[in-house]
Design a protein around this ligand. Sequence first.
Ligand SMILES: C[S@@+](CC[C@H](N)C(=O)[O-])C[C@H]1O[C@@H](n2cnc3c(N)ncnc32)[C@H](O)[C@@H]1O
Length: 227
Amino acid sequence: MDGEPAHLAATRSGYDAIAGQYAETFRAELEQAPLDRAVLAAFAELVRRAHPEAPVLEVGCGPGAVTAHLSALHLDVRGIDLSPAMVDLARQEHPDLGFEVGEMGRLDRRDGELAGLVSWYSLIHVPAPHRRSVLEEFHRVLRPGGYVLIAFQVGHDTLHLDEAFGRAVSLDFHRLQPDDVEALLDGAGFEPAARMVKAPEPSSAASQVPQCFVIARRPLGGAWAQE
Ligand SMILES: C[S@@+](CC[C@H](N)C(=O)[O-])C[C@H]1O[C@@H](n2cnc3c(N)ncnc32)[C@H](O)[C@@H]1O
């Protein structure tokens, strides 16, 4: 796309190339992950208690497994993803749910439209200089009292892949520090709600490093405080 940052083109074409194999490999991931499901359940309850029936968005939804899980938790949820191939797959796998192509740094949503927003291993593809503005965009689209949930691998390094599932790609996976993510959320206007760090699981190829889940809330204030 004209004028977009280079990392978006690389991420889009990388996931377009591997979408099918990615979906196949990770389709049942949540079934093996009780702690992940506990975090999603807690998030869903927090959102429902704050804003029953208001919309929720998963940004970077991939094939839609987490979107579907959130829907089963009684959230009115849709998914967006940068990769058209991922969005096609999500639509095929979950025809009853809504998915669209979109970029998390420029969301096609009105100010304060959403009750909840989930970035489940997708902020990991945003380079450091762009992270703050992405979180400000999350803040813009969330209504006061709304929640954001961010899942990421913990570390100081960036894993770069030139090849994945036998396909040539150029994908960067930025490992993050929980304190840094919470500081960025604070800078974007959020207040902390919860943090969980899961120890590495040697038996899982996807969980060789600690995983962190951070939940934050857009503070109540202004006109919304009257609700
Ligand atoms: C590691 S996958 C996670 C997919 C899904 N959330 C899951 O857990 O299975 C990362 C996904 O984020 C998407 N993504 C990365 N950067 C994005 C951006 N700036 N806007 C929207 N989606 C993005 C990728 O296309 C990819 O589908």
